[in-house]
Design a binder for this molecule. Structure first.
Ligand code: NAD
Ligand code: AHE
Ligand code: ZN
Length: 369
């Protein structure tokens, strides 16, 4: 079938709206009509050319929501008409990783996903007879996409696509990092570095679980008021303080933070986030994605003396199990998504979404089809 997609032809270049050919679903796959998709910083990272798994041409996008229109042979868990959120972290419930119950990083299709291909090693997308790569197994910047059955979460039908698409990455990543990865407890002091689409979800989850101080750190002062609305108790702009940020935060928290979250992708900030943790027990969670070649460092003494460095992908969430619950939280008014979606635009305007992100003027832009 012919579909409308924003194609990334080359690294660092604007996306181009094209009419692309899409093959129907093979064995174990589903065809989904994408109704809306958020634009995450990770899409910009891959488009920049710094992602070692970045392949071109590709159809980017990994934060979508839509409707199943056709299923391939042997698909059992969803049917045409079901509303779904695509999962860049699938949940096969059969691989060693899923069965371990120790991680959400299902590995059933990770190799081909990283090659921009479906699990059988081929692409469903082409343009003028030439292959176009899938991206993160989702390719949601297309009005139709094909996904493995294990990479869709079935959600309730009354949930608005242009809001719950954000649960496909940013909301789940931020909230899950607090609840699943760090397991922040009531009364804890928390520092969040980077108050964008991920950091603000960390903040709202920290408030949900009853954290005490919720300190937000950002070099863009315009992020302050929205962060306060989501539960931030103190704002620190590193460019406006007289001392180094680490002693400043240790002093502010009277000994160091119980939990810190790096939501930027900056390896220098990752070090600061670890080192402002409380001696003996502070936990620092890396969420931000840093480019190939970047490395983190600290004095091992920081770990010897009890600080813990962790990472979190998709908030430690098991997509098919947890995503429908997060949709329920939104529909029940337990989490705020609406105020984080600052811009909505048709897919034709998708390059504006990247410009707004780079200028620091948006939290989340959502494109619709
Ligand atoms: P964003 O652009 O919306 O937000 C980044 C924020 O960091 C902005 O507010 C910016 O002003 C701030 N910032 C930049 N440099 C800073 C500095 N030196 N000190 C303090 N603040 C600074 O991005 P986002 O969509 O929230 O994504 C954040 C990061 O998380 C990205 O690296 C993205 O790739 C990553 N991410 C990871 C996962 C995961 O599963 N681990 C999921 C989604 C996104
Ligand atoms: N190809 C990238 C991977 C970047 C990365 O860490 N991605 C996160 C999700 S970011 C969503 O916005 C993730 O889930 N990682 C686990 C995995 O298996 O990729 C790179 O930098 O190499
Ligand atoms: Zn993302």
């Amino acid at each position: 079938m012919k579909v409308k997609a924003a194609v990334a032809q080359e690294a660092g270049k604007a996306l181009i709206i094209e009419t692309v050919d899409l093959e129907g679903p093979h064995l174990g796959e589903v065809l989904v009509e994408i109704k809306a998709s958020g634009v995450c910083h990770t899409d910009a990272y891959t488009l920049s050319g710094k992602d070692p798994e970045g392949l071109f041409p590709a159809i980017l996008g990994h934060e979508g929501a839509g409707v199943v229109v056709e299923v391939g042979k042997d698909v059992k868990s969803v049917k045409p008409g079901d509303h779904v959120i695509p999962l860049y972290t699938p949940e096969c419930r059969q691989c060693e990783y899923c069965l371990s119950q120790k991680t959400n990083l299902c590995q059933a299709i990770r190799v081909t996903q990283g090659q921009g291909l479906m699990p059988d090693g081929t692409s469903r997308f082409s343009l003028d007879g030439k292959k176009i790569h899938h991206y993160m197994g989702t390719s949601t910047f297309s009005n139709y996409t094909v996904l493995p059955e294990i990479a869709v979460a079935k959600i309730r039908e009354d949930a608005p696509f242009d809001k719950v698409c954000y649960i496909g990455c940013g909301v789940t990543t931020g909230i899950g990092a607090v609840i699943n990865t760090a397991k922040v407890e009531p009364g804890a002091n928390v520092v969040v570095f980077g108050l964008g689409g991920i950091g603000l979800n960390v903040i709202q989850a920290a408030r949900m679980v009853g954290a005490n101080m919720i300190i937000g750190v950002d070099i863009n002062p315009s992020k302050k008021s929205l962060a306060e609305k989501f539960g931030m108790t103190h704002f620190v702009n590193p460019q406006e303080i007289d001392s180094d940020i680490v002693p400043y935060l240790v002093n502010l928290t009277k000994g160091g933070a119980d939990y810190t979250f790096e939501c930027i992708g900056n390896v220098n900030v990752m070090r600061q986030a670890l080192e402002c943790c409380h001696k003996g027990w502070g936990v620092s969670v890396i969420i931000g994605v840093a480019a190939a070649g970047q490395e983190i460092s600290t004095r091992p003494f920081q770990l010897v003396t009890g600080r813990v460095w962790k990472g979190s992908a998709f908030g430690g969430a098991r997509g098919r199990t947890d995503v429908p619950k997060i949709v329920d939280w939104y529909m029940d008014g337990k989490i705020n998504i609406d105020d984080l979606i600052t811009h909505v635009m048709p897919i034709e305007k998708i390059n504006d979404a990247f410009d707004l992100m780079h200028k620091g003027e948006s939290i989340r832009s959502v494109v619709t089809f």
